[in-house]
Each structure stands twice: as C-alpha cells, then as structure tokens.
Design a protein around this ligand. Structure first.
Ligand SMILES: NC(=O)C1=CN([C@@H]2O[C@H](COP(=O)(O)OP(=O)(O)OC[C@H]3O[C@@H](n4cnc5c(N)ncnc54)[C@H](O)[C@@H]3O)[C@@H](O)[C@H]2O)C=CC1
Ligand SMILES: C[N+](C)(C)CCCC(=O)O
Length: 497
C-alpha cells in the first residue's frame, strides 16, 4: 500500500491534482507497505521467517520499504504459476496475445505519471527522464505485440512431393533478472518479447529497486493475461540463483554486471539453458575536429550524465581531437557546472540522486583514485548536499569531468557507472580507432564528425558501402553525390585498397 506520511489535505484523484498543477507525491512522503512479490495473479508476502532488506529512497535517504527475499518455496510457487499460465498462453494465436499486450500498453499510458513518480522515488532519477522510461517500456510492448502475429515457420519442398516444415515454438518459463538503473523499463523490455512469442516469465528486479516491476505485473493482469503469466519474485543473489537453477525454467535473460553475468551463464549451462546477457560497458565517444561542436558537447553530456551516469551504454571515454580540445573542454565544463542537481520530482531538476549510499561511495572513490593516478578534476566529483532539508540524507554528487586522462588509468579502464566523464586527447583517426577498441567492455560507441570514414579531407580510404559508384563498377562503393573524385579517380582509389 502506498501511504502518504504527510497526508494531503483533500484526497483527490491523481489526474485532478495534476490538472491543478499539484504533484501527487513529493520526495520523502511515500511509504510502501503492500507486498512486493506477485505470482498467480496477486501480490504476495515473502517467507515468514526471513531477514528483510531495507530499501531506501535515494532522494532523501529515508526508508521506503522492507524487502522480503524469496526462498526456494516461493520461487517454486512462482515458477509453477508461470508453467500453468504457459499452458494457456502458448496455445493462443499471436493476434490474441497481441490484443492483450496492446491493452497493457494502453494501461501503461494511462498510468504514465503514477509509474514515473514511483520510479523516481525508488531510483532517484529525474521525473523528466522517468517519464521517457515509461514511454519506452510502453513502446516496447506495442512493438512486440505487433510482431506476435507475424511469427511463422517455413515450408520446405523435398524430392518426390514430400515436404518439411518448421514451427516457431515458445520455450516455456523464462526468467528475467534486472539491474536497478531502469527498473520498469527493463521489466518491460524483458517480458515483451518473451510474452509475444508465447512464453511466460518470472522476473526478479534488483533488490535496490523492487517497486515498479510489481506495478507492471498488475498492469499485465488487468490487461487480461492468464494468472501466472508474469510473476515477480523479490530478492538478491540467492533468489536469482534459485531461479537460474530451477529445472522448470527454460531460459534466463539477465541485465547487470559482468561478474554476475558470468555466474548466470555458468549456472544456466549446467541445465543447458540458453541465456541472454546485457552487461556492463566502458564505451568510447570519438569527437573529430570537423564535428559540429554544439552537437558534440550536447552528445557528450548526454552520453555521460543521463540517469546520473548510471547507464551501461554511456560513452564515458571521450576522445577529443587535439585541435579542438581546449574549446570542447571549456564548453563541456561550463555546461556540466550548470546542471541543476536536486529533488528528482521537481520539473526543473536535471540530475537527481544516485541509487544508493554504497554506490555513491564507490563512484566518489573512483574520482579519488583518478586524482591519485594523475587525472585533473576539471569540475565536480564531490558529494553534494541540496539546500532543501528533506533532501539532506540523499545520495547526490556533482557531475564530474576529468582531464589529463591516459588510457592506463582506472577511471578510463573500468566501468564507474556514475556521472564521471574522462576526456582523452587524440591526433589521428587510426590512433583513436586502435585506442577506442582497446577494451573488454566495448558495449557501444559514438562518433561526432561531419564526414564519414573515407570522406574526411586528406583521407583517401573507402570504408563505408554507400550508393552506386560513378564508375559503374558494381564492387566500387564510392558515394555518388558528394565524392570529389571523377569516375576514373574513384576507381583508382578503390584499387589502392
Ligand atoms: N547492458 C545493459 O543493458 C545494462 C547493463 N547494466 C550493468 O549492470 C551493472 C549495475 O547493475 P547491478 O544491479 O549493480 O548489477 P548486478 O550484476 O550486481 O545485479 C544485477 C541483478 O542480478 C542479481 N544477481 C546478483 N547475483 C546473482 C547471482 N549469483 N545469480 C542470479 N542473480 C544475481 C541482482 O540481484 C540483480 O537483480 C553495471 O555493471 C551495468 O553496466 C545495467 C543496466 C543495463
Ligand atoms: C534506455 N537507455 C537506452 C538509455 C539505456 C538502456 C541500457 C541500460 O539499461 O543501461
């Protein structure tokens, strides 16, 4: 049950309050007492005897709720419920499944503000970002609903009039295990494809952010999925292991850190279960001197400070071509210092709180280590106490830009998962490509330039397949419209490669 500690003078429906410009909840006002597990169509309490984990509100440091980690009995009940639901759901046509999923998407749309607010209260990110997360969850469910009825097998003609055919069959009970940075969105991104294909799911959120996955379970139930189709069990490592090892689980989909991903792959391999892993990153962002500086600066800020920097695909190694380094750094630092930090439920806030005190400490210790290893703090990198007294116990820090970085520093090699940007100068394209690729955490990459590879002034290599070549040679892939070379020069370039 969501209870207001400071109750509103007049209890009005959320929509009416919003229309009147009044936020329904405020940081420090929410206490969650409803059970957070959900299986066979209902919220459930955890085991009677268990040591409860405390869940905190990042914006204030207050206790938000207590978590009852599920043990073997509860995990088994959830998997059994999912197995039963699979029997019904897997026999429905794609079109029938799509109808229910579209209904779930409509409900998400109607509850956008409520879900976003609870995400903020539990995770600490700003309300403007949380709303986009809810939209992305809804869009994902809509997308896979659209795909559900298109899943089809193949017909293969064999000699003598015989034929063979293939069918796309669902696997059964799938397990989803999520990280804390996008709690509602990860639950939706994992469940939507699984459900569209006819599977059922038991989802385990991070014990740090248990609140909104249960809201998704209620939404699916309201939309009309069979009881037990999408279940939520709460807990940490032990509950997660029980799920991965359960004999009735057919597949595990995981989002989280590399070390945990390795353990999950190992457990799943013992049961010969397929796994999908979305793990950490230390991605490069390449900024060439010919780029639009305004675009590049905005890109670097987004790629480092979205969700307080707690995004796996963030471009945290920012390689900047030497010629524009001073100008780029000046602008990035100026704008980083202007980022509004504070109450994540306020519309004006651009950066909320990090997810927990231990995580904040870890991020700050990366900044300390960077200093010891010779990096220069160009701005930020310190814990921050907002002026509002109710936020004083929250987990805030000032976003940080590190200069004088080198490739061997810890801040450049390891995933920090916080608002810390490392800036690294480079001279040539070959050099930066080699350095950018020199990582075992290469999840994503970004490039800012006005020219594609092979088109940069002074660069005569042909790297990207584009439109038809002016020379008429089918294998030649020089761009037709903007290539400076004549037909014969273009062929000559190709031959030199
Ligand atoms: N590639 C991607 O899409 C994303 C990757 N991440 C990565 O996740 C990390 C941060 O998230 P955390 O929640 O701290 O990661 P984590 O790996 O500590 O935990 C992730 C989930 O795994 C569970 N878990 C932990 N040990 C387990 C075990 N032995 N068996 C089964 N489940 C277990 C946790 O309870 C949690 O639900 C970062 O490294 C980040 O890069 C986060 C979000 C997205
Ligand atoms: C939603 N998005 C694209 C910003 C991040 C998704 C990956 C992650 O969960 O960290």
């Amino acid at each position: 049950m969501l209870r207001r500690l400071a109750s509103l003078p007049l209890r009005r429906p959320a929509a009416a309050l919003l229309a009147a410009g009044v936020r329904c909840i405020s940081s420090g006002s929410v206490e969650i007492t409803l059970p957070l597990n959900f299986w066979a169509g209902k919220r459930r309490t955890g085991p009677e005897k268990c040591s409860k984990d405390i869940v905190y509100e990042p914006a204030t440091g207050r206790v938000l709720c207590q978590l009852e980690p599920c043990g073997a009995v509860e995990v088994d009940q959830a998997v059994k419920a999912a197995k039963l639901a699979f029997g019904y759901w897997s026999k429905m046509s794609g079109m029938e499944r799509a109808r229910v999923m579209i209904e779930a998407a409509h409900i998400i749309e109607s509850k956008r503000e409520e879900i976003a607010e609870m995400e903020v209260v539990n995770n600490g990110k700003s309300i403007t970002e949380a709303r986009l997360d809810v939209d992305s969850a809804r869009l994902c469910i809509e997308y896979y609903a659209g795909l559900a009825s298109t899943l089809a097998g193949q017909h293969v003609q064999l000699p003598g009039g015989s034929f063979a055919y293939t069918r796309r069959e669902p696997l059964g009970v799938c397990v989803g295990i999520g990280a804390w940075n996008y709690p509602f969105q990860i639950a939706a991104w994992k469940s939507a494809p699984a459900l569209a294909c006819g599977n059922s799911m038991v989802f385990k959120p991070s014990p740090v952010t248990p609140v909104t996955a249960v809201m998704l379970a209620e939404i699916y139930a309201k939309a009309g999925v069979p009881e037990g189709l999408f279940n939520v069990v709460q807990g940490g490592q032990e509950t997660g292991s029980l799920l991965c090892q359960h004999p009735d689980v057919a597949k595990v989909s995981f989002t989280g850190s590399v070390p945990t991903g390795q353990k999950i792959m190992e457990m799943a391999s013992k049961g010969v279960k397929p796994v999908t892993l979305e793990l950490g990153g230390k991605s490069p962002l390449l900024i060439f001197k010919d780029s639009d500086l305004e675009n590049a600066v905005r890109g670097a800020l987004m790629a480092n400070f979205l969700s307080q920097g707690q995004v796996c695909s963030n471009g945290t190694r920012v390689f900047v071509q030497k010629d524009i380094l001073p100008e780029f750094v000046k602008e990035v630092v100026k704008r980083t210092q202007a980022i509004e930090i504070g109450d994540p439920l306020l519309e004006s806030t651009r950066m909320g709180a990090l997810v927990s005190q231990p995580h904040l400490d870890k991020v700050l210790s990366f900044v300390d280590r960077a200093k010891k290893e010779g990096a220069t703090v160009l701005c930020g990198g310190e814990s921050y106490v907002p002026s509002d007294p109710k936020l004083r116990g929250g987990y805030y820090m000032t976003p940080c830009v590190l200069g004088n970085c080198t490739d061997d520093m810890t801040c450049v090699k390891e995933e920090i998962f916080g608002p810390v940007m490392s800036v690294l100068p480079f001279e040539t394209e070959d050099e930066v490509l080699q350095r950018a690729n020199d990582t075992s955490l290469g999840l994503a990459a970004g490039v800012f330039t006005r020219h594609r590879a092979g088109e940069r002034p002074g660069d005569d290599r042909v790297l990207l397949p584009t439109e038809d070549c002016v020379c008429g040679d089918g294998r030649c892939r020089q761009p037709l419209l903007d290539h400076p070379a004549t037909a014969s020069q273009s062929c000559a370039l190709r031959q030199r490669l």
